[in-house]
Design a protein around this ligand. Sequence first.
Ligand SMILES: [Zn+2]
Length: 105
Amino acid sequence: MRGPYLLRPLQVDISVPDKIGGVYCLSKNSKKIEIVARAERNLRDAIKAHWKEYEFFWYEPALTPREAYLNQCYTYHRFCENGNGGHEHPKPPEKVEIKCPVCGV
Ligand SMILES: [Zn+2]
Protein backbone atom coordinates (compact mmCIF):
# COMPACT_ATOMS: atom_id res chain seq x y z
CA MET A 1 0.00 0.00 0.00
CA ARG A 2 1.44 3.35 -1.05
CA GLY A 3 0.82 6.37 1.11
CA PRO A 4 -0.32 8.15 3.10
CA TYR A 5 -0.86 11.04 0.71
CA LEU A 6 -2.83 14.18 1.42
CA LEU A 7 -6.29 13.81 -0.11
CA ARG A 8 -6.56 16.74 -2.50
CA PRO A 9 -7.58 16.44 -6.16
CA LEU A 10 -4.24 17.71 -7.44
CA GLN A 11 -2.31 15.40 -5.16
CA VAL A 12 -4.37 12.44 -6.41
CA ASP A 13 -3.59 13.35 -10.02
CA ILE A 14 0.10 13.58 -9.23
CA SER A 15 0.33 10.35 -7.21
CA VAL A 16 -2.09 7.88 -8.77
CA PRO A 17 -1.73 6.47 -12.31
CA ASP A 18 -4.64 7.19 -14.64
CA LYS A 19 -7.21 4.56 -15.66
CA ILE A 20 -6.08 1.78 -13.42
CA GLY A 21 -8.12 -0.13 -10.86
CA GLY A 22 -7.04 -1.25 -7.46
CA VAL A 23 -7.50 -0.82 -3.76
CA TYR A 24 -7.51 2.40 -1.81
CA CYS A 25 -7.77 3.40 1.81
CA LEU A 26 -9.09 6.57 3.35
CA SER A 27 -8.70 8.21 6.70
CA LYS A 28 -8.94 11.45 8.59
CA ASN A 29 -5.72 10.52 10.37
CA SER A 30 -2.47 9.56 8.62
CA LYS A 31 -1.71 6.88 11.21
CA LYS A 32 -4.90 4.89 11.09
CA ILE A 33 -6.75 3.55 8.05
CA GLU A 34 -10.53 3.89 8.38
CA ILE A 35 -11.93 2.66 5.07
CA VAL A 36 -10.66 0.05 2.63
CA ALA A 37 -12.34 0.17 -0.76
CA ARG A 38 -11.85 -1.06 -4.29
CA ALA A 39 -12.09 0.68 -7.64
CA GLU A 40 -12.70 -1.64 -10.59
CA ARG A 41 -11.48 0.75 -13.27
CA ASN A 42 -10.41 4.11 -12.06
CA LEU A 43 -8.64 4.59 -8.77
CA ARG A 44 -8.07 8.23 -9.41
CA ASP A 45 -11.74 9.16 -9.77
CA ALA A 46 -12.78 6.90 -6.91
CA ILE A 47 -10.32 8.52 -4.51
CA LYS A 48 -11.07 12.05 -5.64
CA ALA A 49 -14.79 11.54 -4.98
CA HIS A 50 -13.98 11.45 -1.25
CA TRP A 51 -11.75 14.46 -0.92
CA LYS A 52 -14.11 16.46 1.23
CA GLU A 53 -14.75 13.63 3.66
CA TYR A 54 -11.22 12.37 4.38
CA GLU A 55 -7.79 13.86 4.79
CA PHE A 56 -5.46 11.06 3.68
CA PHE A 57 -5.37 8.22 1.20
CA TRP A 58 -3.31 5.16 0.35
CA TYR A 59 -3.55 3.07 -2.79
CA GLU A 60 -2.27 -0.04 -4.51
CA PRO A 61 -2.93 -0.63 -8.22
CA ALA A 62 -4.14 -4.02 -9.44
CA LEU A 63 -4.09 -5.54 -12.90
CA THR A 64 -7.29 -7.56 -12.51
CA PRO A 65 -10.46 -7.41 -10.37
CA ARG A 66 -9.34 -10.67 -8.76
CA GLU A 67 -6.03 -9.20 -7.68
CA ALA A 68 -7.76 -6.09 -6.38
CA TYR A 69 -10.19 -8.18 -4.34
CA LEU A 70 -7.43 -10.28 -2.77
CA ASN A 71 -5.50 -7.20 -1.80
CA GLN A 72 -8.62 -5.56 -0.43
CA CYS A 73 -9.26 -8.60 1.77
CA TYR A 74 -5.73 -8.66 3.15
CA THR A 75 -5.89 -4.94 3.85
CA TYR A 76 -9.33 -5.16 5.40
CA HIS A 77 -8.32 -7.94 7.79
CA ARG A 78 -5.14 -6.15 8.71
CA PHE A 79 -6.58 -2.72 9.43
CA CYS A 80 -10.35 -2.77 9.72
CA GLU A 81 -11.52 -6.06 11.09
CA ASN A 82 -11.81 -5.36 14.77
CA GLY A 83 -14.50 -2.89 15.56
CA ASN A 84 -13.04 -0.17 13.42
CA GLY A 85 -16.06 1.72 12.20
CA GLY A 86 -18.01 -1.51 11.87
CA HIS A 87 -17.93 -1.70 8.12
CA GLU A 88 -18.60 -4.86 6.23
CA HIS A 89 -16.32 -7.43 4.74
CA PRO A 90 -15.32 -6.71 1.11
CA LYS A 91 -17.54 -8.25 -1.55
CA PRO A 92 -16.06 -10.14 -4.50
CA PRO A 93 -16.19 -8.53 -7.94
CA GLU A 94 -19.11 -9.50 -10.16
CA LYS A 95 -18.65 -12.70 -12.16
CA VAL A 96 -15.52 -13.71 -10.31
CA GLU A 97 -15.53 -16.99 -8.36
CA ILE A 98 -13.33 -16.23 -5.41
CA LYS A 99 -13.22 -16.48 -1.64
CA CYS A 100 -11.48 -14.32 0.89
CA PRO A 101 -7.93 -15.69 1.33
CA VAL A 102 -7.94 -14.78 5.03
CA CYS A 103 -11.29 -15.95 6.41
CA GLY A 104 -12.72 -18.02 3.52
CA VAL A 105 -16.00 -16.09 3.27
ZN1 LIG B 1 -12.15 -12.22 4.96
